[in-house]
Ligand binder design. Structure first.
Ligand code: EPU
Length: 417
């Protein structure tokens, strides 16, 4: 069942609940490695990437238990094998997040280099540079980063560029280092803040998460904690963009509206009416969306993880939109697939010039990565007739219960073989 058949042309109406954030859950699961005491997590989404992370941690000796209500308990009382194999790292790049915690807790780590990926080169040089500044010795042997350190020591680290998992890896390592670490040019993403909150609950001393300077006072050990994973802002944005493209009126509950400013602004610009009540977001759109241009950049600017969904929206919008990608060099694979549905897109370097058309037509398309798939699903919801999205295992990495949620909004979707 690797394809999703979407029969488009229906507006979306109804209410769905947003899941916990994949990109917060993954680093937070790795934080469990920093302590011999259990970490109890709530609102952990049921996703393939979360299972992959559980498997990776399990191979190291971490006990991972999920209860039916979505609570996950991670117990890293003993770490028997501080390593991450190529087999797992190549399927999920976030596996590199074990490097900092393993090194800090065990004094050694062997983590596969991730290699290339569908959206760009994605090196991990900033993770390595930061850990070296904290006193680690890291060599590359047979495709693996072989890292060791007696005890990491605090350092001032100015990152060459803004990296989300790089910031998270270094923040986790610094939590157990000797002395103070200052991370400059740090990522300000809400997921970094959520990780800092969890680490603080475990006893870490962190200031400034959410700004570009994070100060961490290392402590000798961390304890157990309970933490609720923040809502997924990209899942939220994806359903909002879908409704803006297909038309209709939806309510999303269990969201974190304050993490979605850039996306909500752009949806308003497209003509959507948006109302926020606590953690719920209502979106209503009564006419064809207007064309809105976006330029991706680190938080709080417009997220690269929302770029494909907004390209799909632009395909049916009234007017011409410029979609500029500045984070990843190869994140336009969906453009070629959208053209198969009748979209008018011209690629000029890192900008896609999208001229909205009145109608897309259903066709068979191929998903290349998680967010590209989300863009194709949105296009399928608006297209006339049937769209079949192949390789939807990409979607299972990051969208919990996608068909169920879309069906609850009145869409006609079905998983087929
Ligand atoms: N970069 C380097 N060197 C490094 C690290 C990053 O050159 O050592 C470059 C990357 O190649 C890229 C830019 O810096 O051009 C930013 O990459 P970043 O490190 O921030 O990305 P990431 O941490 O690997 C996370 C998310 C991605 C999201 C990006 C950008 C997780 C697990 N993943 O990746 O999410 O696109 O930040 O916001 O948090 C997704 O969910 O579909 C996804 C790809």
């Amino acid at each position: 069942m690797d394809k999703l058949k979407i029969t488009g042309g229906r507006p979306l109406r109804g209410e769905v609940r947003i899941s916990g954030a994949k990109n917060a859950a993954l680093p937070i699961m790795c934080a469990a490695l920093l302590s011999a005491k259990p970490l109890r997590l709530r609102n952990v989404p049921l996703l393939r990437d979360v299972s992959t992370m559980a498997k990776l941690l399990g191979e190291m000796g971490v006990r991972v238990e999920r209860s039916p209500d979505g609570e996950v308990v991670l117990d890293a009382a003993r770490i028997v094998h501080p390593a991450a194999s190529y087999e797992l790292v190549k399927t999920m790049r976030a596996s590199v997040l074990v490097l900092g915690p393993l090194l800090a807790r065990c004094g050694e780590a062997k983590v596969s280099l991730p290699g290339g990926c569908a959206i760009g080169a994605r090196p991990v040089d900033q993770h390595v540079k930061g850990l070296q500044a904290m006193g680690a010795t890291i060599s590359i042997e047979h495709g693996y980063m072989q890292a060791s350190a007696r005890r990491l020591r605090g350092a001032r680290i100015v990152m060459d560029l803004v990296t989300v998992t790089g910031t998270e890896n270094l923040m986790m390592a610094a939590a157990l280092a000797e002395g103070e670490t200052l991370l400059e040019n740090a990522a300000r993403e809400p997921e970094v803040v959520d990780l800092a909150r969890c680490l603080s609950a475990m006893g870490a001393k962190i200031e400034g998460a959410g700004s570009d300077k994070i100060r961490i006072q290392g402590v000798p050990s961390l304890g157990g904690a309970e933490h609720r994973v923040m809502p997924d802002r990209i899942e939220t944005g994806t359903y909002l963009a879908a409704a803006a493209a297909a038309g209709g009126k939806i309510r999303l509950t269990g969201t974190a509206p304050e993490s979605l400013d850039a996306t909500l602004d752009k949806l308003r610009e497209a003509g959507a009416r948006i109302e926020i009540h606590g953690s719920s977001i209502d979106l209503e759109i009564a006419r064809r969306p207007g064309a809105v241009s976006v330029r991706t950049a680190p938080y709080p600017a417009f997220a690269t993880d929302m770029q494909a969904q907004f390209m799909a929206l632009a395909c049916v919008a009234d007017g011409t939109a410029l979609i500029t990608e500045t984070i990843f060099e190869n994140r336009f694979m969906h453009a070629i697939e959208l053209q198969r549905l009748g979209a008018d897109i011209r690629l000029e370097g890192n900008t896609a010039v999208v001229k909205g058309v009145e109608r897309l037509q259903g066709a068979a398309v191929m998903a290349t990565d998680l967010r590209a798939s989300a863009g194709l699903v949105i296009a399928g919801l608006v297209a006339e007739g049937d769209t079949v999205v192949d390789r939807i295992y990409h979607l299972d990495r990051g969208y919990e219960g996608l068909e169920k949620k879309l069906s609850a909004l009145g869409a006609r979707v079905e998983r087929i073989g």
